[in-house]
Design a protein around this ligand. Sequence first.
Ligand code: NAP
Ligand code: ZN
Length: 363
Amino acid sequence: MSATQFSSELRGQYKAKAYSATSSSSPLAPTIIPRRDPGEDDVQIEILFCGICHSDLHQVRNEWSAMPTVYPCVPGHEIVGRVTKVGSAVTRFKLGDLAAVGCMVDSDRTCSECQDDVEQFCPNMTLTYNSPDVHLGGSTYGGYSDSIVVKEHFVLSLPPNLNLAGAAPLLCAGITTYSPMRHWGVTKGKKVGVVGLGGLGHMAVKFAHALGAYVVVFTTTANKRDDALRLGADEVVVSRDAEQMRKHVGSFDFILDAVSAEHDINAYIRLLRRDGNITLVGAPPKPLPISAFGLLFKRGSLSGSIIGGIAETQEMLDFCGKHNITADVEVIPMQKVNEAYERLLKSDVKYRFSIDMASIKSK
Ligand code: NAP
Ligand code: ZN
């Protein structure tokens, strides 16, 4: 595919290597995409690692009716790399610095959400991929690429002590689990459940443990037990075992549900104590039925949460730097991405794929 198929002539641009999907049923394949030449408040980043989020798979396969996919789609929103160019107005980054980009690359910066540092709720927020690209026309393209150009405000600083491959997933899996835990007051003395030990779930366990909570992991995969304990869980429950589930009825302050597919959320609502909260971060394509009575009889609440604001993302990265927290990753070359998607669907990854972007340059 040639770059001209993607581009408009609105401003200067250069060519970048990437992997894109051209339809919901086609595999990801090498392509060339345009990136804008950095403007005065832009940072150009050579991408070193990009995590594979289950959202990439949902989006590439057009599984979300609420967020239809525009093709070609270049996914990837767990990006770490090195700064290769900065615009004249950039103050926080210089050539050679480490830099990171998550799920957002722009917002209006004027609305009340932006002023409250929760850009993820801005009505004019631009996602890293599959959002309209105001600079070049077409859609924004994500991190399965050798470089990206992003407004300085949306570029994060990485603590220097973190392993880069393991740090990439912090930019989505990390902030998505850290933010609701901070919002709902996860601290020492709280009993916290994590449902689904995947990319998000394993980060949730690490954060809940670091925040001092008593952590129980709910998994459908009995052989993840030892890993869950090693990651920081105090107890592990195989969720298909009704007897194990019964022991926890009415006892949780907070439960984070990070499951990517259809499942019975009422089984977890039952486990909340009075005024307990269950927050959904998983985004299964189909609606989940909720039993009202499960919530009524304990004044329970069910919430959703999506990533986190830029200031809180930086706070999370600094917290990870201080506590030496990164994702457990399997590093793969870009060429293995389609195989990785199939394995992700089978929960066959411990616990996040991280693409070594040096591989995209080798072809
Ligand atoms: P993942 O690595 O595939 O993990 C999902 C986990 O869910 C699996 O490891 C598995 O855990 C469990 N699971 C899978 N299928 C299941 C089923 N049929 N029944 C019960 N449990 C099942 O995915 P991820 O990258 O962590 O993402 C999880 C979800 O969060 C996705 O829907 C993704 O789109 C969404 N997400 C949301 C946000 C946000 O901002 N809200 C951000 C990122 C991702 P066990 O093997 O332990 O059972
Ligand atoms: Zn994600």
